[in-house]
Design a protein around this ligand. Structure first.
Ligand code: HEC
Length: 99
């Protein structure tokens, strides 16, 4: 009985660890693909690849774009469309992509 409970707790913990890796996170990330490439692998030098960047870095950049703290040509407008929770999801998703 305790063994089964422990197994259930482990399964829950594992699910929580991957909670961000949802279809919702993938669809959010898909709207970045037109410029940053599929799964964050940019095809051009002009736009940075997002794959494998630090999660904290991506979150900080998105918020800096949104607040106008980081000057941008387009990202300041795009970043305004995302909530803190969505930015977390996006950053988590891209940080987990292999470079
Ligand atoms: C229309 C093209 C376009 C789209 C769509 C786009 N980006 Fe960007 N992104 C850029 C450009 C261009 C830059 C460089 C900053 C600037 O000039 O706006 C940039 C910069 C960034 C940076 C900073 C990278 C670094 O190395 O510092 C991050 C993080 C980022 N974008 C995240 C995203 C995310 C997340 C999405 C999807 C929600 C997204 N971008 C969608 C064009 C785009």
């Amino acid at each position: 009985m305790t063994g089964r409970l422990a197994a259930a707790a482990l399964a829950l913990a594992a699910a929580a660890a991957h909670a961000q890796e949802t279809p919702a996170a993938r669809s959010l990330a898909a709207s970045c693909a037109s410029c940053h490439g599929t799964d964050g692998h940019s095809a051009t030098k002009e736009v940075a690849s997002l794959a494998g960047l630090q999660k904290d870095y991506i979150v900080a950049q998105m918020k800096a774009f949104r607040d106008g703290a980081r000057p941008a040509t387009i990202m300041h407008q795009l970043a305004k469309g995302y909530s803190d929770a969505q930015i977390e999801q996006l950053a988590d998703y891209f940080s987990r992509r292999p470079r």
